[in-house]
Design a protein around this ligand. Structure first.
Ligand code: SF4
Length: 141
């Protein structure tokens, strides 16, 4: 995703694209990036690795299937997370922790909330351990 952002900036920043150029841009696999804020991630769609399509190949037509973000698999190699996703994850964790601590929350639900918090915290920890350096902002003249 970082490489795609770099390349997009190098190639297209400040440029006007004709409809044909815009179409060509949309055809480039590198730029097939889908934000999925509900799952706290970005999908860098490589159809060969997509776990949301078990067959992982285009159907009879040669058309590449878009990702099925409503069936996003957390183990997919196409997942990337930004620090913004992680900030949102932390907010979600805090909200779930408040619910789990509430005396109004039934005990079985508290347990499910704690499991969810643990799963989300693992994503945060993994991001902090493995994150890649951010891209540099262009210098202002
Ligand atoms: S499983 Fe998720 S990350 Fe992987 S291709 Fe599908 S939508 Fe994208």
């Amino acid at each position: 995703m970082i490489q795609a952002a770099r390349n997009a900036r190098t190639r297209f920043q400040g440029k006007f694209l004709t409809p044909r150029q815009a179409e060509a841009l949309l055809e480039e696999p590198e730029f097939h990036i889908y934000d999925n804020p509900n799952a706290f991630l970005t999908c860098n769609h490589d159809p060969a690795k997509a776990l949301c399509h078990p067959e992982r190949t285009p159907r009879a037509t040669s058309r590449v299937l878009p990702p099925a973000i409503d069936r996003c698999d957390p183990a997919c190699a196409n997942i990337a997370r930004t620090d913004t996703h992680i900030d949102n994850l932390r907010s979600e964790i805090a909200e779930l922790a408040d619910q789990a601590a509430s005396s109004l929350t039934p005990v079985p639900l508290k347990e499910r909330l704690k499991q969810r918090i643990t799963a989300l915290q693992k994503l945060v920890d993994r991001h902090e351990r493995t994150k890649t350096a951010t891209i540099e902002e262009p210098k202002q003249p």
